[in-house]
Write a protein that binds this ligand. Structure first.
Ligand code: PMP
Length: 409
């Protein structure tokens, strides 16, 4: 295994300067940066092996098919799925979620049924279910949280015999909180509901194991785990995917097409219409190799160490308030906070003026903001290339924010 302390050297972008300062990237929850070796493997694929996967019998079509299918096999291994038929390539978590909503949700729910989600969901795992509820007559019910981001006692009992879908984030993109997957999944399965787990913020940062998690669907995005943008994954249990109709229609997802009728291809191709993102699949394959060269457990432990380092210092700054849990073990590299009287966009702009990138806004989780009465916040999010000196620089600038804005302290 490689030591994580070396990781930052692999990222050319971290050698950039911005506003006369070393660029410090603390927005990995939005998108992660790309190591040289991932870019090299993509460029090599594009320059020497580019062809249209599954179309044609010449060498380049064959090599592109191999690269694309090898990436699929690598995903099977990385998330410990059972078989390649369970892995569908999409553009991102959002598209994966839409595939589930349109293909499973619209066809399996009806009036009287319930969809249960948490109030902390990213809009990708929320607007989709509002849509399904509106179209089918099902009800959308929320499980609420306490101040520290944990599910309130008894909320799990909203999962009852009427519940058909239970959807929640494995790790919240605002709170950093890992929801109790086993408890929620066991409860959902005990009433015959399917579990949709949003792995966008967990897959890049910890070992995820489909057979252990036992969710029915799982989604994640390559760009949050050192691959390029535009490649994502939907994992689904085979029996469910087999029974679902296609989501997008067109080339490659068919078996036979006659003038009036079509039969559909087998899994996973039934859900992959049109020319796929083979470059993205190659990038994802390389990114999984890259992350595994350090070990996912080591990455998770390193991020916990970073949070344990920065969180108490952050909380010591007057007028700064951390949202959700203040236990370093529960933050998974994500800390959202507010600064009294200063809009998060101003906080982010002041940090940016010193070369530091953080996220500000509602983080695509507006119902959570409304629930906590914090419409917007600033978020720093870390990854394996983050260093303590980056966090020191962040803290130094953050301490000046209120005075820059004209407050006395
Ligand atoms: N779910 C969560 C928890 C996320 O953090 C994100 C990205 N911010 C998404 C879903 C959507 O991911 P994407 O934009 O890659 O589709």
């Amino acid at each position: 295994m490689r030591p994580i302390s070396e990781a930052y050297k692999d990222f050319p972008i971290l050698k950039r300067e911005h506003n006369g300062h070393r660029l410090i990237y603390l927005d990995s929850g939005a998108t992660a940066q790309i190591p040289q070796m991932v870019a090299d493997r993509v460029v090599n694929h594009m320059l020497y092996h580019n062809g249209n996967p599954h179309r044609g019998s010449h060498i380049l079509a064959i090599e592109a098919s191999e690269a694309y299918e090898n990436a699929r096999e690598r995903v099977v291994e990385f998330i410990n799925a059972r078989e390649r038929e369970e892995i569908i390539f999409t553009r991102n978590s959002t598209e994966s979620m839409n595939l589930i909503a349109y293909s499973y949700g619209l066809n399996n729910l009806q009036a009287g049924d319930k969809i249960v989600i948490t109030v902390a969901e990213h809009h990708a795992n929320l607007v989709t279910w509002q849509f399904v509820a509106n179209k089918t007559g099902a009800t959308l019910e929320y499980m609420y949280l306490d101040e520290s981001g944990h599910l309130k006692d008894g909320e799990i009992n909203k999962i009852d015999e009427y519940t058909k879908i239970v959807a929640f984030a494995h790790v919240s993109n605002v709170l950093g909180m890992e929801f109790p997957v086993k408890e929620l999944t066991d409860k959902a399965h005990s009433v015959g509901a399917v579990v949709v787990l949003d792995g966008a913020q967990s897959t890049p940062h910890m070992k995820v194991d489909m057979q252990e998690l036992d969710c029915d669907f799982f989604v994640f995005s390559g760009h949050k785990m050192c691959a390029s943008q535009g490649i994502g994954v939907l994992y689904g249990k085979r029996a469910l995917l087999e029974a679902m109709p296609p989501f997008l229609l067109g080339g490659d997802m068919i078996e036979y097409v006659k003038e009036q009728t079509t039969t559909f291809n087998e899994l996973p191709y039934k859900f992959e219409a049109g020319t796929p993102n083979a470059d993205g699949a190659v990038a994802l394959h390389a990114a999984m190799d890259y992350l595994d060269s350090f070990g996912m457990d080591a990455i998770e432990a390193y991020e916990e160490e970073l949070v344990a380092y920065v969180l108490p210092k952050l909380m010591d700054i007057p007028h700064v308030h951390v949202i959700g849990s203040t236990n370093a073990k529960e933050k998974h590299g994500v800390i959202a906070f507010t600064v009294d009287d200063v809009h998060p966009h101003d906080v982010a702009t002041i940090l940016d003026s010193k070369g530091i990138c953080v996220r500000s806004g509602h983080h695509c989780a507006q119902p959570l903001g409304a629930f906590y009465k914090v419409a917007a916040s600033t978020r720093l999010s870390m990854y394996l290339y983050t260093r303590k000196e980056d966090l020191d620089a962040f803290l130094d600038v953050l301490k000046t924010v209120r005075t820059v804005m004209g407050f006395e302290d």
